[in-house]
Design a protein around this ligand. Structure first.
Ligand SMILES: *Cc1c(COP(=O)(O)O)cnc(C)c1O
Length: 394
């Protein structure tokens, strides 16, 4: 067999992951609605989905997809620059720009693709990209593709960013500062007001990836609207796959920046447009985010009720980490909760730093108060290892 070395290579890599306790597998999971799932023979309540508003299974969001398939077909057929730009794109982009208060918006295939394409369109060799130390893998992907100098600032530390820019900014052409609105593994919010001020003082452009804030914080408009007055962020990225419940991502920015994206972001130019049904569902979901304010606030309320019941600090978002430490201990805790009917996925390196393996709870508008109480009872009953790790992340 001529490809034997290929399989050996894969086996060796996998064996190493197994030895480190870092081997992962994908498990078939049937999602019955926003919170109920089935794995094998087991029915569970999920506290691991990013479907914060339960919109993946909302009747209006589903109906929009089915109508769009009937009207426009299953797929877009080409890149947006060729013939893939069905008219639903313009409608969704106008809605997103209005919601975010920017001149224009641009929809991408996914959050990963957006970050992979936006950064290289704005920075290149000789430029500087400064990323929060806990920034998402897709930001680092985009920064590497840009071939700009990459530096990190201490997590959520505007003073560290300021010192870094004071020392380095003048050496480079353009400078981008990139952070998340809500950090995906810790659930804490970026100090967007202070980061925006530091960026402005240093002629740097701030980009906030609000994958986990859009739809649930700031009345649904996002994390920046938790600040009063809300800071001016020139590059507002977000996903359509989490609270929006569908798929895709967006950048809201000025008209020339968006025009540049449609010309220069390779992950937009060289890929097929999203299916019409996806865009139609997103429009229906934005309708709900704009009108159902009671649904928008519920995920954070549920997170608050849980934190109160288990003695964790007040949550800043619907994401609540319970840092356990060792990989195996996090796996054991997750398995114990599964036995009680709760799906809470353990998060391990390389997604989080070594020694900070954790349970990551995400709360949905669809969780009932009784489900949250039952989860808290089970968590309080866990026997967790005694160690010096802090109880929460961040
Ligand atoms: C989930 C996530 C992404 C990727 O978005 P997808 O639409 O799932 O590709 C990007 N950035 C952050 C911060 C995320 O949490």
């Amino acid at each position: 067999m001529s490809n034997e070395s290929l399989d050996w290579f894969a086996h060796a890599k996998l064996d190493r992951l197994t030895a480190l306790g870092l081997r992962r597998s994908v498990i078939d999971t049937e999602r019955k609605d926003g919170v109920h799932i089935r794995r094998g023979e087991r029915d569970m309540v999920s506290f691991s989905c990013n479907d914060y508003l339960g919109l993946t299974h909302h009747p209006a969001v589903q109906a929009a997809a089915m109508d769009a398939v009937a009207a426009h077909g299953a797929g877009a057929g080409a890149s947006r620059l060729i013939t893939g730009n069905h008219d639903l794109y313009g409608i969704l982009e106008a809605r997103l720009a209005a919601l975010k208060g920017t001149e224009a918006a641009c929809v991408f295939g996914s959050g990963y693709m957006a970050n992979s394409g936006i950064l290289p369109a704005l920075a290149g060799p000789g430029d500087l990209i400064v990323i929060d130390a806990l920034g998402h893998a897709s930001m680092n992907m985009g920064a590497r593709a840009a071939r700009a100098e990459i530096k990190t600032f201490r997590h959520n530390d505007a003073e560290d960013l300021s010192a870094l820019l004071t020392e380095n900014r003048k050496t480079y052409g353009n400078c981008l500062v990139v952070t998340e609105g809500v950090f995906s593994m810790d659930g804490d919010r970026a100090p967007i007001d202070r980061l925006a001020a530091v960026a402005a003082d240093n002629d740097a452009w701030l980009m906030v990836d609000d994958a986990h804030g859009f739809g649930v914080l700031g009345g649904g408009r996002g994390t920046a609207w938790e600040f009063d007055p809300h800071p001016d962020v020139p590059l507002q990225m977000g996903t359509l796959s989490k609270a929006v419940g569908v798929y895709g991502a967006f950048l809201c920015a000025s008209a020339p920046v968006i025009e540049l994206m449609k010309n220069r972001a390779r992950s937009l130019v060289y890929t097929t447009a999203l299916p019409p049904a996806v865009i139609a569902s997103c429009i229906a979901a934005v309708d709900i985010i704009e009108t159902d304010s009671e649904r928008v606030v519920r995920p954070l309320q549920n997170a608050q009720a849980f934190c109160d019941a288990v003695g964790l600090p007040n949550p800043e978002s619907p994401i609540v980490p319970l840092v356990i430490g060792a990989e195996q201990a996090a796996l054991d805790a997750s398995a114990a909760l599964e036995d009680e009917g709760f799906l809470v996925t353990p998060i391990r390196p390389p997604t989080v730093p070594a020694g900070t393996s954790r349970l990551r709870f995400t709360f949905s508008a669809e969780h009932t108060p009784a489900q949250v109480v039952a989860l808290a009872d089970s968590v309080n009953g866990l026997s967790l290892p005694d160690n010096d790790m802090p109880v929460t992340g961040a």
